[in-house]
Design a protein around this ligand. Sequence first.
Ligand SMILES: [Zn+2]
Length: 586
Amino acid sequence: MIHRAIFSPRPPTSTHPPIPLPLLAATTLALACAPATPPPSAPDLILRGGAVATVNADNAMAEAIAIDDGWIVAVGGNAEIDALAGDDTEIVELDGRLAIPGFIEGHGHYMSLGNSKTILDLNGAANWDAIVAMVADAVADAEPGEWIRGRGWHQEKWDRPPEGAVEGNPTHASLSAVSPDNPVLLGHASGHASFANAAALAAAGYDRDSEPPPGGELVRDANGELTGLLRETADRPVQGAFNDSQFGRTAEEIEAQFRREVRLAAEEALSKGVTSFQDAGAGFPTIDRLLALEAEGALPVRLYIMVRGHSNEEMDARLADYYMPAQGDDYLSVRSIKRQIDGALGSHGAWLLEPYSDMRASVGLVLETVEDITGTAHVALKHGFQVNTHAIGDRANREVLDIYAAVFDSAATPADLRWRIEHAQHVHPDDIPRFAELGIIASMQGVHATSDFPWIPLRLGDDRARDRTYLWRSFINAGVLINNGTDVPVEDIDPLASFRASVTRQSADGAIHYPEQKMTRIEALRSYTINNAIAAFEEDLKGSLEVGKLGDITVLDRNILAVPDNELAGARVDMTIVGGAIRYAR
Ligand SMILES: [Zn+2]
């Protein structure tokens, strides 16, 4: 395959000033008769008058930063940076706001995020009219005949009842009027009802004489016409029609949907200050499609994709073609494999050393076997790939450490491998030093802790909840690199929520869970920037604001390194800059 050849990746120093001396000399000679040598170009963009958290080795702060041709060319005081400005330099006044290295999502699911954005989130809708308006917007963005789906509506949360309500619920007339050609199916917040427009009812073969499947109810108005409300199993024929619509799509339709999901995921990421995204798993066909978008310049966010879903034999045969560490201003890198040894704690799927406190017969589930993952580890070592294995329970973490240790022992030169354990949520304290000894990265998600803590003691009991759960301080004190993320779409991609969880360990109910394991502000910021870059072998390109790195910068409305804990929740992303281009502004 020829991925790299068609992208002509640019090394960091290839085009931005200073001009290399031999070239300058040649240019001067060639232009000896010209009146003057043009001065070196001024920066394209300057951010000034704020707090610039460089996240360099000393965590130095600055006031201003200059970017030219996508790369950081100067960081320093206002006067020093102002002096570089030229007539065409765009100046952004920070007015005391905080500029940080662009957030890097350390573990998320990019295409799933995009797909989730193709389904309308109706939770916050004030009333039925607002939902109809959301559907109308979606129709404007859709192809004729394409399904519009949504979920989360609840008539009891609305500020006024719908016009012409039947049993407190709307009728489909308003929905059918804004979406005559696109079938619409909107799931109720309870999961026990759905709402369909005329096109969706017709696609399901429903008319006024229809009977629902057993266990369902078709709600009718006084004239016996279907209102569109489908109780319980009555939505199955509509779901079936949607599923049918997904088969037999043309290559063009599949490609259009793919591009839409890529774009929607990027919009969401950029709006939350995320400039790079580490995707926890895609197969070769998806990677091929993303490579094509990268070649077109159609990837708005930089992606690091873990290879997922192929057998060890297939990976052994194909990984050499997909080894693409980040270079220059790449938007796609591939150099790792994702595996998954266990499930999640909430569903009693995490693999534990001792039984669940609330299910004494179970120690959880093994999803992918030790033998299979060991085989992957050998293939990865051979091809220079990282292995990033999902492990949530303490037994799962121990088993993965054992696999990694055994494979490293077999290597002639166990070099700088940076293999990762994804989640590392519940870890026996004896295993913490092993992460450090083996150089294993704990790829954690701060916000999972505060989402899950209200019920973790039920599953594990108080002692295990305290001693083995989200051990950020223990990891950091042992010298283990922690990276941070959200596992989006499991959680919202918002890095500020995960940052807040990392430094407060405070859940939505106000409770603070084992504060002795908190990160400091700067540790949390490093976990979301430079640590994530290191965890992808990309620290020479990104993760800090230093000369020679990419101009990937996020501007926040307040200084999250300094404001009191209770002001963190209000923090907002004001601007997201990728490669020197402002891609989001609030
Ligand atoms: Zn995940």
